[in-house]
Design a protein around this ligand. Structure first.
Ligand code: FAD
Length: 476
């Protein structure tokens, strides 16, 4: 098989997977009233591969074969830059919501390649050949992938083996001829309801006596014992005039339960080698935070763009405080974009794979996340209270209300009420709806929280030479 069509992708999701929504088993995710929005959103990826304007970016040709660029192993800065542009373009098509069905899975595959090469160098070549085979399988079948890394974690102050419930981190409970049996649950797993496979990674470093928790593998979604309990966040029906983004675009997360699931040996990428659990977790986020910042760029474009457009529609564009706030937003966007472009340019090549610069990537992600709520505050400030008090779409239709809405809610000359309301509804959906709340929590927690990013940045920054410079000037 080569590239799949949107239809083939959707058909592949009708495979008997165990998805639960508000306690009910979902028969078909492609027709479920809420989940189908996430399916349609994810299908952007397959549509882009067919569109002439995106094909050069979305598709890679290799000796007569064509495959999705996401699966292309990055070899240099240009490959990373093209990947970043593809992620940003897809997110733009998704109206600021990342598509993610290949982005996150290939981040995991790249990390597994790096650590697999380390393991091979230390006398364990079997993992790398399984990882390479699985990578080819996903690429050649154009599969959609989820990644389940974050464990439920129980008491955060205790290590996996010290938890009152030993299943607080996914673990191996049995070894059988030809495979292993795993138990536990991962949480916040994005796109799992509409992916073909889930790749499971350790969430942290493991100690020598935590071999059972040092486990990585991949499974098709319809595997026996694999249960996906979907979050209903943001699932109320939405009207497109009032929610121009979230009525059409959605990503869904699950509590992903492994109820004594058998994993065949050829799909096991780590089995008890505790010293490699940490490197898998860390290498995944080296790629995944680069993906994260790439997909944040359209969001920042829209924050700046909508702030400017609503300032114009409110007649305040010339006010000095407005220009000051717009400059703050522009500087925020420019800093994040500059850092991530530089992270690609300053990549390192490890085991033949280009890895984005870790310090720049983490600083970019931290700068984005740390300033996101302030940026939202500025956009809300410039927009005004109609973000949460505007009349409904029906009020623009009804004879009883239409003329009042049109007469009283316009802006400066030339800015009609409907035009202004459309802009306000866009900003309301982006910042003051359940989707806006989702974006805020996504900014803070997804791809690792603030402390994880700061820890990585602290480790990567070279303090020694600057401290030596300070000592030298101090005459020490
Ligand atoms: C929308 C969304 C999508 C996501 N998608 C995915 C996905 O597809 N796959 C995936 O694997 N994960 C995914 N994540 C998970 C994401 O990586 C985690 O949310 C993040 O790592 C934080 O983990 P947590 O939510 O368990 O919070 P916690 O780790 O519980 O953090 C809560 C607070 O506790 C603090 N804390 C935690 N442990 C300690 C400790 N030992 N000592 C001191 N302080 C501590 C943290 O710093 C933080 O302040 C997603 C998250 C979100 C919100």
């Amino acid at each position: 098989m080569g590239l799949r069509s949107e239809l083939q992708y959707k058909e592949s999701l009708r495979d008997g997977r165990a998805v639960f929504f508000r306690g009910e088993r979902v028969e078909d995710v492609t027709t479920h009233p809420v989940i189908k929005i996430a399916v349609d959103h994810a299908a952007i990826d397959y549509r882009m591969a067919e569109e002439e304007r995106f094909r050069p970016l979305a598709v890679v040709s290799d000796r007569g074969a064509e495959y999705s660029r996401y699966y292309h192993l990055p070899r240099n800065a240009e490959d990373l830059s093209a990947r970043s542009q593809l992620i940003a373009s897809a997110t733009r098509e998704g109206a600021t919501l990342v598509v993610l069905i290949k982005e996150i899975g290939t981040d995991a595959l790249f990390a597994l390649h790096l650590v697999g090469a380390e393991m091979a160098a230390k006398g364990k070549p079997e993992y790398l050949s399984r990882i390479e085979k699985f990578h080819r399988y996903c690429r050649d079948n154009d599969l959609a992938l989820a990644v389940a890394q974050t464990d439920v974690k129980g008491d955060r102050s205790l290590s996996p083996s010290a938890q009152p419930d030993p299943d607080s981190y996914v673990r191996i409970v049995e070894e059988r001829p030809g495979g292993i049996v795993v138990r536990g649950a991962k949480v916040h797993t994005s796109v799992s309801v509409n992916a073909n496979e889930v790749i499971v990674l350790p969430t942290r470093a493991m100690k020598a006596d935590e071999k059972a928790y040092a486990v990585s593998f991949a499974l098709p979604m319809a595997t026996s014992g694999l249960k996906l309990i979907a979050s209903p966040h943001g699932s109320a029906p939405k009207e497109a005039f009032e929610h121009p983004i979230s009525a059409r675009h959605k990503m869904m997360e699950t509590l992903t339960v492994f109820d004594d699931v058998f994993v065949p040996e050829e799909r096991v990428f780590l089995k008890g080698e505790a010293e490699f659990a940490g490197p898998i977790a860390l290498n995944f986020v080296r790629y995944h935070r680069f993906t994260a910042v790439s997909y944040k760029l359209p969001l920042l474009e829209l924050l700046v763009g909508s702030a400017y457009a609503i300032a114009e529609a409110n007649g305040i564009l010339r006010a000095s405080h407005v220009r000051d706030k717009l400059t703050t937003l522009a500087a925020y966007h420019t800093t994040v974009r500059g850092l991530i472009e530089h992270a690609a340019a300053k990549c390192t090549v490890e085991h033949g794979l280009a890895v984005p610069n870790t310090l720049l990537t983490n600083v970019a992600k931290y700068h984005f996340a740390h300033n996101y709520h302030q940026a939202v505050q500025i956009v809300q400030d410039l927009a005004g209270g109609l973000l949460v008090t505007a009349p409904a779409a029906e009020d623009l239709e009804s004879e009883a209300t239409r003329d009042y809405v049109l007469k009283y809610l316009g802006g400066p000359k030339g800015v009609g009420a409907e035009q202004r309301l459309r802009l306000l509804n866009l900003i309301g959906d982006l910042t003051a709806s359940d989707f806006g709340g989702y974006q805020e929590v996504l900014a803070v927690h997804a791809e690792g929280g603030f402390e994880a990013e700061k820890l990585q940045a602290y480790r990567e920054y070279e303090f020694a030479p600057v401290a030596a410079y300070a000592r030298q000037l101090a005459g020490l």
